[in-house]
Design a protein around this ligand. Structure first.
Ligand SMILES: Nc1ncnc2c1ncn2[C@@H]1O[C@H](COP(=O)(O)OP(=O)(O)OP(=O)(O)O)[C@@H](O)[C@H]1O
Length: 378
């Protein structure tokens, strides 16, 4: 039985570059520390994962979905044990095979044959098990006489073939992959794809990060929508993509929170009538509802853009307006460390109802000379 449990896991990565000094200076100048780049005891660190809770069980084929920099690879590295969490803890039961850096752990001075033992032992495979699979590993790598020569004499494609052959000969419980590995020339790729499918099929848990929706839909039965180091949604692949395509990687819609706040919807979803996001786009957005994170749709009562979209029954446009305005509402709680792009448009055309205050969210810059309306908090 395989199982993985992440509790409140955060990862901060120190950023050491020649720019660091000036980066530190600009952080000081802009009063930095609230966003994804923070100063910690004189160093600049990037928050790559932010308070992640996640449980994986037998049968999970988890797809990691999100834009560049969302935290997918970092999450895989934490699961692989390459990045220790800065905070929180991980418990994992089962043998892990990571296809993130397949050639990691090879010694280039040793022969291919010696490396088979070295790398397999490194992954916790016993000598006896390796003996039993040796012939098959060598056959698959198809390196001919090179198997007895030092790996430093191999081309990069040959190194990958050897490493791939060793890893995929294992029988792991948990497989970690960043995109579907493609190795070697076209003939080898064909062989490798078949081998990879068998390899994945034998595992109990798969975690696959990919920008290919087709691949995730084909391989996975569960998905996470990640953004800025946070998990926004954990649910079925269909729901995650539905949300990703309509709302984008925004923090304002979370299935669990929407259902907890709207008991009637929860009942309908449990009865199988809708998914949470499906209900929201078909019905919820037209009603005065709590969306989550302190966002209530009644704040759009006097907004012509939102109301016109609702009148046209254009839920996508209404949702777009919602996510353009929501970060600027003082009552909306953004995830910790959430930071918007500097040039995010400020919705100056939005008029809130009396008593509702607006603010400039972390990360957004007010263009020089722009007078903010009265409703913005200073
Ligand atoms: N080695 C590193 N040095 C500095 N920052 C890093 C490093 N690795 C990750 N980060 C930070 O962590 C964030 C998450 O990166 P990660 O590589 O996990 O994203 P991703 O979702 O896999 O992106 P992509 O789709 O581009 O592969 C990045 O925005 C970056 O700020």
């Amino acid at each position: 039985m395989a199982r993985v449990l992440l509790e409140n896991v955060s990862v901060d990565i120190p950023v050491f570059t020649s720019e660091t000094r000036s980066l530190r200076k600009s952080l000081l100048r802009f009063g930095g520390g609230s966003g994804r780049l923070k100063q910690e005891s004189g160093h600049v660190v990037a928050r790559a994962l932010n308070h992640i809770d996640l449980e994986l069980r037998d049968g999970d084929r988890l797809g990691l979905v999100g834009v560049n920099g969302a935290g997918k690879t970092t999450l895989l590295r934490v699961l692989a044990g390459t990045y220790p969490p800065t905070a929180g803890r991980i418990r994992s039961e089962g043998r892990v095979a990571s296809l993130l850096d397949v050639s990691l752990g090879l010694d280039y001075e040793l022969s291919g044959l010696q490396n088979i033992y070295l790398k397999a032992l490194f992954h916790g495979v016993s000598r006896q098990e390796i003996d039993g699979r040796l012939e098959e590993i060598i056959d698959f790598a198809d390196l001919g006489e090179f198997i007895n020569l030092p790996v430093r004499t191999y081309s990069s494609g040959m190194v990958l073939r050897l490493a791939f052959s060793i890893i995929t000969s294992m029988v792991p419980d948990i497989i970690l992959m960043d995109e579907w590995v493609g190795v070697g020339d076209s003939h080898f790729i064909e062989k490798a794809t078949e081998r990879l499918e068998n390899f994945v099929g034998r595992s109990s848990i798969l975690v696959l990060a990919s920008h290919s929706e087709d691949l995730i839909r084909k391989v996975c039965n569960r998905a996470l929508l990640m953004s800025q180091g946070n998990i926004l949604t954990d649910g079925s692949v269909a729901n995650v993509y539905h949300q990703y395509h309509t709302l984008g990687p925004q923090p304002f819609f979370n299935d669990a929170e929407y259902l907890a706040l709207n008991a009637d919807v929860k009942a309908a979803v449990e009865a199988g009538a809708f998914s949470a996001i499906g209900h929201f786009l078909l019905h919820g957005i037209y009603e005065d509802r709590e969306v989550g994170r302190g966002l209530h749709l009644s704040v759009f009562a006097e907004d012509p853009i939102f109301q016109e979209a609702v009148a046209r029954q254009d839920s996508t446009e209404a949702a777009r307006r919602m996510i353009a305005v929501a970060p600027f509402l003082a009552s909306v709680k953004l995830p910790e460390n959430w930071r918007l792009p500097r040039n995010t448009p400020i919705p100056l055309d939005f008029t809130p109802p009396p008593g509702v205050r607006l603010r400039i969210p972390p990360g957004v810059e007010v263009p020089e000379g722009l007078e903010l309306p009265e409703v913005y908090e200073r």
